[in-house]
Design a protein around this ligand. Structure first.
Ligand SMILES: Cc1cc2nc3c(=O)[nH]c(=O)nc-3n(C[C@H](O)[C@H](O)[C@H](O)COP(=O)(O)OP(=O)(O)OC[C@H]3O[C@@H](n4cnc5c(N)ncnc54)[C@H](O)[C@@H]3O)c2cc1C
Length: 256
């Protein structure tokens, strides 16, 4: 640890993501011995993200919020070309937006979130904010705040186009940028879904719980697939590898 303390364990598991694990936690000499640094070159971080957190005045019922997520694609074309165009020139092009509503008691596990808070996600190029890399959260300066205000305005405009009656119902909003994600969860380019989801990635045999380092295991979304479901399932796969038992089969066949 930073303060010099040492903790010993028979087995060690890292679920901090493949880049954090290999680039920051494992000593370079161990990486080299097992040629792990070469493996990292075969994968890339997935795309960064920004999120506008919105507090609305009124309950979802009173505001007549839809009980579904909105997926908004502002430009014509297929998803891949929209994303490519955007990443090449994020100031000129638009990208997709999702607006997940949280109607009370309809989303398992999230029922304790006050119903008036909503999340509005969108894809955001890391390049937009990379010049503020290394600055402190909440103290990144006026230019950064101006960029956040522009991004917020743009997101709200898209939202109001879909739901114009929310225009005077915004109680509070706060935008997170890729730097926020980097700051709080330590993903190197502000991505929330770990490594990129390309066919190449899914062919990589090193993305599995067992590693060449004895008693050292990997878990988390990078070894199965993105998202909460992928990360949870990676826990089952990792436990199977550690115990030498097919726990997937056991869970699959267990009685509810
Ligand atoms: C705003 C937001 C909204 C999201 N919405 C959804 C959604 O609706 N549905 C969905 O499926 N997924 C969503 N996700 C993505 C989801 O949170 C991730 O896919 C999931 O949490 C990945 O789980 P994980 O255990 O692999 O990694 P994480 O949950 O990212 O956990 C990794 C942990 O490692 C820690 N860490 C990093 N570096 C170090 C280090 N050097 N030392 C010690 N610890 C370290 C981090 O602090 C973090 O706690 C969202 C993410 C965000 C940020």
């Amino acid at each position: 640890m930073k303060d010099g303390q040492t903790f010993n364990a028979q087995n060690v598991v890292s679920s901090t993501g493949i880049f954090n694990t290999y680039e920051k936690l494992i000593p370079p000499s161990v990486l080299e011995r097992h040629q792990l640094h070469k493996q990292l070159k075969k994968v890339n971080p997935s795309v960064a993200h920004a999120c506008l957190y919105i507090g609305l005045k009124g309950s979802p019922e009173a505001l007549q919020l839809p009980k579904n997520n909105l997926w908004i694609y502002p430009e014509k074309g297929d998803n891949d070309s929209i994303v490519d165009r955007y990443l090449k020139d994020p100031k000129k092009h638009s990208q997709w937006f999702t607006f997940p509503f949280l109607p009370p008691k309809t989303r398992v596990g999230l029922s304790d979130i006050p119903p008036k808070y909503h999340r509005y996600n969108h894809l955001a190029a890391f390049d937009l904010v990379s010049q503020w890399q290394g600055t402190q959260w909440m103290k990144r300066g006026k230019k950064y705040e101006r960029l956040k205000a522009t991004m917020t305005k743009r997101l709200l405009e898209v939202l109001f186009k879909q739901l114009p009656h929310l225009k005077d119902k915004i109680d509070h909003h706060e935008l997170s940028t890729p730097l926020t994600t980097q700051n709080f969860v330590n993903y190197k380019e502000g991505e929330i879904y770990g490594i990129d989801h390309t066919p190449e990635r899914y062919k990589q045999k090193f993305l599995k719980p067992r590693t060449p380092i004895r008693n050292f295991y990997l878990s988390g979304q990078d070894i199965v697939s993105a998202g909460i479901g992928g990360a949870m399932f990676s826990g089952v796969v990792k436990a199977s590898a550690m115990q030498g038992k097919n726990l997937v089969k056991k869970i699959y066949h267990s009685k509810k």
